[in-house]
Ligand binder design. Structure first.
Ligand code: UD1
Length: 381
């Protein structure tokens, strides 16, 4: 059984790692990996392969950046001959990035079955490119693996056959748990001058809706600067925001290895950190603020309060059973919520159902069963 996994961007690498490791345990599976090249920097790609011990991809499409149409088209054009040549029994895609959409469209038209991991999540906000990618990918997938109950309900509402849907847990949590012994030993605290017990917040900011419009970004930054009078805010900077932030005033830029003591307040920017260092930083943070999807899940699992700087979340379980609060981007609300979060004491919640580090085991078992049933049917026919 040839399973071709497709990954292109930073969050994809985290999701495929436990799946690739699990597939390799089964001699009846030949796992193959295609990297689309959507993310290509050392910091955004290679470092993730190293941290998560993912074997190098069999093929790198080198698609790179561009507008959404250009990027999607590049991946589609480049993956079509690869799928025709490698002739997989199944294409496995994860998450909601442009590479996921592109690979799914091509595989579906070549009549190769598609399995989508992290299916069914919906923000109900079609101005997010990821929401369009989710809807189309799910509509075309043959097996849909969901991380939370809302995913199953969303898919059923969209008329997806319930037999295709499997609630398996969260592969991102598998990655977090599998690497725990290594991120617990991360050296990032010495490198960033953070003494044990020090209060700080971790911030990620890269959603187009927050960073592409100058006045929205200025409002968010002004609010965060006010909040940063209470505690320093560490911001590993995504490449799409670097230039905009470098023009903004009142921000300190640090070399990631400066070893200089973290200041008592203010926003401190560093280059994007590795996966292990980022999880380590979150695990000891007083507060996490983000517009990312995965960070909402990881902070819930780590029991760290999270303020999501968006008006919606496609991961409602992180609010109902986790540490997440979706607070929008109004500057006054951000300042108010940071103050409230710093004075509130949080009872560590139980992790959401099936977030137990075994999602990839369940997924691979279902894939094996699916193919055995298919083979048995073919033999009888
Ligand atoms: C993509 C995903 C988003 C995910 C994010 C994680 C889509 C629609 N969006 O957004 O869901 O949360 O990745 O990071 O697929 N760049 C570099 N180096 C890199 C990669 C990108 O400099 O290694 C620059 C590009 O040149 C481009 C910008 O970052 O200007 C955006 O990259 P792109 O892949 O288009 O989307 P992201 O914003 O990273």
């Amino acid at each position: 059984m040839k399973i071709l996994t497709v990954a292109g961007a930073r969050p994809n690498f985290v999701k495929i790692a436990p799946l690739m490791h699990e597939m390799r345990k089964h001699p009846s599976i030949l796992p193959m990996l295609v990297h689309t090249g959507q993310h290509y920097d050392r910091a955004m790609s290679d470092q993730f392969f190293a941290d998560l011990e993912i074997a190098p991809p069999d093929v790198n499409l080198g698609a790179g950046s561009g507008s959404h149409a250009e990027q999607t088209a590049q991946v589609m054009q480049r993956i079509e001959p690869v799928l025709a040549k490698l002739d997989p029994d199944l294409v496995l895609v994860v998450g909601d990035v442009n590479s996921t959409l592109a690979a799914t469209l091509v595989a579906a038209k070549l009549q190769i079955p598609v399995a989508h991991v992290e299916a069914g999540l919906r923000s109900f906000d079609r101005s997010m490119p990821e929401e369009i990618n989710r809807i189309v990918t799910d509509a075309l997938s043959d097996l849909l693996f969901v991380t939370e109950e809302s995913g199953r309900q969303n898919l059923m509402r969209e008329g997806i056959n319930p037999w295709k849907i499997h609630f398996v847990g969260n592969v991102m949590i598998d990655a977090l748990e599998a690497t725990r012994p290594r991120w617990e030993r991360s050296g990032i605290f010495e490198l960033l001058g953070i003494e044990h017990g020090r209060r700080y917040a971790v911030l990620t900011l890269h959603r187009p809706s927050n960073v592409d419009d100058g006045s929205t970004l200025a409002g968010v930054l002004a609010a965060l600067q006010k909040a940063a009078r209470r505690l320093p805010i560490l911001l590993p900077v995504h490449p799409r925001v670097r230039q905009k932030l470098s023009q903004a005033g009142g921000i300190v830029w640090r070399d990631a290895e400066s070893r200089e003591k973290l200041p008592d307040g203010g926003i401190v920017c560093v280059d994007p950190t590795s996966y292990l260092d980022f999880v380590a930083l979150m695990s000891r943070a007083t507060l996490v603020m983000t517009d990312s999807g995965g960070v909402q899940e990881e902070s819930t699992m780590l029991g760290i309060p999270c303020l999501t700087l968006r008006t919606t979340t496609e991961r409602p379980v992180t609010v109902t059973q986790g540490t997440n609060r979706v607070i929008g981007t109004s500057p006054a609300r951000i300042v108010e919520e940071v103050h409230a979060a710093l004075s509130r004491s949080l009872d560590r919640p139980e992790p959401p159902p099936l977030w137990d580090g075994k999602a990839s085991e369940r997924i691979v078992r279902i894939l094996l069963d699916h193919f055995q049933i298919g083979a048995a049917r073919a033999a009888v026919a």
